[in-house]
Ligand binder design. Structure first.
Ligand code: PLP
Length: 365
């Protein structure tokens, strides 16, 4: 798949609303992986209270937000760059590093490839094997580092949900360091994991100058329309990112929302507990639908092989859309095909509607 379609994300919510003339509430969007609990009351209140302050420029230093990130994730403030979503930082990073050869796993989140291509890089794929449940074989991956300037690793990986422990990643960082390869680890879904400490590489930042961590705050805090993310890196890379970005890239509402969100332990715990339960419930119900092969989820989305249904992902997406349900057709992911879809884990009642609709279309087992 090439051209602009290669970078389409989930079902297009806005196009669907234009078509039906309806609003957000009439569409069940399983194509974007957003915390099903929605925005917290605290964020809502902060947004209201912050409205007056938008007559001023935002804090270009992001002082309070960096402090909040420093407190919550126990990282040095000097390693933080705040972004208008994690995706903005992917583009700035690629622009500033100007890599010639970039390695991405396939399948993975498409914006790594898009950002790298936009800065003139050639892309190489490390294909993951369905027969290994798309697990990343790090021994094989490390053998591909020669002459690679940057490798992107998504952990947990979107759309497969596979995970690498920080012990595995440290081995990889060691080899990459010798080969002068930057390792960009996208931990955007890591907050959903109750045992994130086993997987995060934050504590390795001081040891590996070739490590860059990306972290979206839009998934876990359900604010993709507000845009907020950050990166963690060595002081040298951090200075470079600051030199390459708009000084006011993160607006005041997003900065204030981030400060409140990161201190909201109740919401964080509730979200982890809810998603942990809902994802297993959804997974188990998907197993009861004829000819679907869901992959065991690690976080708030589930990859499903639909080959045995004899429908393509596009056909199933179109039929589901007629029921006002959007799912992710995965056929434009390098490394996947028209045999795969992905669904988000949403509220339990919404998940039941998804299951009932799929069951009516495909049958039970
Ligand atoms: C792995 C991954 N990283 C980052 C993003 C986007 O993050 P943001 O909304 O902060 O730009 C996504 C969105 O789907 C994603 O899947």
């Amino acid at each position: 798949m090439s051209g602009i379609n290669a970078f389409e994300h989930g079902g297009n919510l806005y196009a669907k609303m234009r078509e039906t003339g309806g609003g957000f509430s009439e569409i069940l969007d399983f194509s974007a992986n957003i915390n099903p609990l929605g925005i917290s009351d605290k964020i809502r209140q902060t947004l209201h209270e912050s409205l007056e302050s938008i007559i001023h420029y935002p804090d270009a230093q992001g002082y309070a937000l960096k402090n909040a990130i420093n407190q919550h994730y126990r990282v040095d403030s000097a390693s933080i760059t705040i972004g208008n979503g994690a995706v903005e930082l992917m583009y700035i990073l690629c622009h500033m590093l100007a890599p010639k050869r970039v390695l991405v796993t396939a399948p993975t989140f498409s914006e790594y490839e898009r950002a790298a291509r936009a800065s003139g890089a050639n892309i190489e794929y490390f294909y993951l094997d369905e027969r290994d449940s798309f697990e990343i074989d790090i021994e094989k991956l490390m053998k591909r580092f020669t002459d690679i300037d940057v490798i992107f690793i998504c952990n947990p990986n979107n759309p497969t949900g596979t995970l690498l422990t920080n012990k595995q990643l440290e081995k990889l960082l060691e080899v990459a360091k010798i080969q002068n390869t930057y390792v960009v680890i996208d931990e955007s879904f890591i907050d959903f994991l109750p045992n994130a400490d086993t997987y995060t590489c934050r504590h390795l930042l001081t040891q590996y100058e070739n490590l860059i961590i990306l972290h979206s705050l839009t998934k876990f805090y359900a604010i993709p329309g507000l845009r907020l993310g950050f990166s963690l890196a060595s002081p040298r890379i951090t200075m470079m990112l600051h030199a390459g970005k708009d000084p006011w890239n993160v607006n005041t509402l997003a900065q204030n929302a981030g400060v409140i969100a990161l201190s909201d332990n109740d919401y964080q715990q509730l979200s982890q507990d809810y998603v942990a339960e809902a994802k297993l419930e959804l997974y188990n119900k998907l197993l009861t639908i004829k000819n679907l092969k869901p992959y065991l989820p690690s976080v708030n989305f589930i990859l499903i092989n639909i080959k045995e249904t004899a429908m393509t992902a596009k056909q199933l997406r179109n039929v589901m859309e007629k029921h006002n349900i959007l799912i992710r057709d995965c056929s434009n992911y390098p490394g996947l095909s028209s045999e795969y879809i992905r669904v988000a884990v949403k509220h339990k009642e919404q998940n039941r509607i998804l299951i009932d609709t799929l069951k009516r279309l495909l049958g039970g087992i």
